[in-house]
Design a protein around this ligand. Structure first.
Ligand SMILES: O=P(O)(O)OC[C@H]1O[C@H](OP(=O)(O)OP(=O)(O)O)[C@H](O)[C@@H]1O
Ligand SMILES: Nc1ncnc2[nH]cnc12
Length: 174
């Protein structure tokens, strides 16, 4: 079986010039790649006590949901603006290549609940920061952040110093 990094395809200048897009769909479309990706994230959580997984639309859903299901936890979808039907909290921010707004249902986390945040990739870290802030605004505790892939050159960890972060792979920008 290949290593996880052997399945990852990088596309220069997508979605805009200067960005190297790390395409996790090339991992997930392979049956062995998919197994590896989920198993590696499960390993990162082997010793973590938590109640809920929170993950952002859309690539975060692809990894967050199987983890929540496998570990028998609840799942909180963090969605792009205007998609969640009940009362939400919302935050707008810049990512590596776009501006976006994310929302979480106000009743998604009860005070004191322990939340793991899962995403495919940490670039600037702004997506993860906003989700951590939302969890805390609702009274939850972020016990761990897990990503399949991290781009250290964008220094996402600098603004996430208060959290335990684990990623399966790390990729230089070039
Ligand atoms: O660290 P950051 O700079 O915040 O970037 C990371 C985010 O960017 C991508 O999501 P995107 O908003 O492109 O949405 P998608 O998953 O729907 O493609 C990725 O899935 C992360 O959630
Ligand atoms: N370089 C990148 N590749 C894939 N997804 C991303 N999200 C933010 N930056 C990204």
């Amino acid at each position: 079986m290949n290593k996880l990094e052997d399945y990852l395809v990088s596309i220069p200048d997508f979605p805009k010039p200067g960005v190297v897009f790390r395409d996790i769909t090339s991992i997930l479309q392979d049956k062995d790649g998919l197994q590896l990706a989920i198993k590696e994230i499960l390993k990162l959580l082997a010793d973590t006590d938590f109640d809920l997984v929170a993950a952002p639309e859309s690539r975060g859903f692809l990894l967050g949901m199987p983890i929540a299901y496998q570990m028998k936890k609840g799942f909180i979808p963090v969605r792009k603006k205007g998609k969640l039907p009940r009362e939400t909290i919302r935050a707008g921010f810049e990512m590596e290549y776009a501006r976006t707004e994310l929302e979480m249902h106000k009743d998604a986390v009860a005070p004191g609940q322990k939340v793991v945040i899962i995403d495919d990739l940490m670039a600037t870290g702004n997506t993860l920061r906003v989700i951590a802030d939302m969890v805390e605004t609702l009274g939850g505790k972020v016990v761990k952040i897990c990503c399949l892939l991290e781009l250290p050159e964008l220094e996402g960890r600098r603004q996430l110093k208060d959290y335990e972060i684990a990623s399966v792979l790390s990729c230089d920008e070039a």
